[in-house]
Design a protein around this ligand. Sequence first.
Ligand code: OSB
Ligand code: MG
Length: 388
Amino acid sequence: MRTPRAPAVPCDAPGGSAVRIERLDLRLIRLPLVRFFETSFGRVHDRTFVLVTAHGEGEMGYGECVADADPYYSSETTETSWHIIERFLAPRVIGVEFTHPREVFPALRAVRGHNMAKAAVEMAAWDLFARQQGAPLARVLGGTRAAIASGVSIGIQNSLEELAERIGIELAAGYRRIKIKIKPGWDASAVDMVRSRFGSIPLMADANAAYHLSDAGHLAALDRFDLMMIEQPLGYDDVADHAVLQRRLKTPICLDESIHTVKIAAEAIAQGACRIINIKPGRVGGHGESVRLHDLCASHGVPVWHGGMLESGIGRAHNLHLSSLPNFTLPGDVAASKRYFVPDLIDPPIEVGPDGMIPVPSGPGIGVSVVSDRVERATERRLSLRRS
Ligand code: OSB
Ligand code: MG
């Protein structure tokens, strides 16, 4: 078993510092989105996800599985994550004493892939552990920031006029950088419009794997817009072609979908396939792997930022805590609740200040209050798992 790193702040509560999950509850949740969200792989109007709660010693921890209803961003879906958690992950964690939640991911090693399912369980264990310690999750993770810089991700719109309107709204709200989604047919024209209407704002573009290496010339034409980065232009499972493409672009490439493991990130960095990495704990198997990925990038001088997966306030709170680590030096896709869900599952919701900053919650664990009757109303199916 790997023990990657000592906690930045040792947790030595008098009752001992182990974590043991006595019961895992799964809920399939569906929440309507305030506004549709469109990427190069399609448009969604609601968010369906598995909410995991881990119970132990009278406390509970939350984990939000970021797998979506469809296998378009990644191969996992809400149904595969449910199946994998129920059949393969729950039996490996329920009733097991872990001295630290960073031991949970290595304990799931026999199960290949399914990082989103693993992350939901692992992150619930971190929240449970932090609450048992009476500490904010950020402190247990080694976070050093009290507030994080927030950016927004703006989907593909019906028209450039509509895109300009959305960007105006988000800039007025204080967000520190704008990311627009691009795809063939909605790329140079969109970026050109943004530059001519909004000038030199911090701007980036996310292609969600919509291009091929044969589009290198087309992508190089975006260099003149001075983007902060272009996110995941090529295939979700590709590193080698990104390395070729990066040599042809002035614009830094940021990898998202391609980075499934810390090892792949090390290869991508060594090959020069990217200059920036987007960390989503769901994509790499949870907080423990995210911290390892963060540290790897820091040791190579590769800046990271926190990605988003249209999470409810529960997943969003997890993301805020992780974003407090020192190498998250670029604004993340961790924005206010009201951009996505009204009402959110938490109250008060996550809000961004006029300076584009979001405070990291300071209470125990993820430090937000989940409204149980909202969770109840959004639940389409439930299952309670104990040691058999
Ligand atoms: O590629 O970063 C992405 C949403 C769903 C799936 C993939 C991505 C996104 C986003 C939205 O860009 C980020 C957010 O605001 O949560
Ligand atoms: Mg992305």
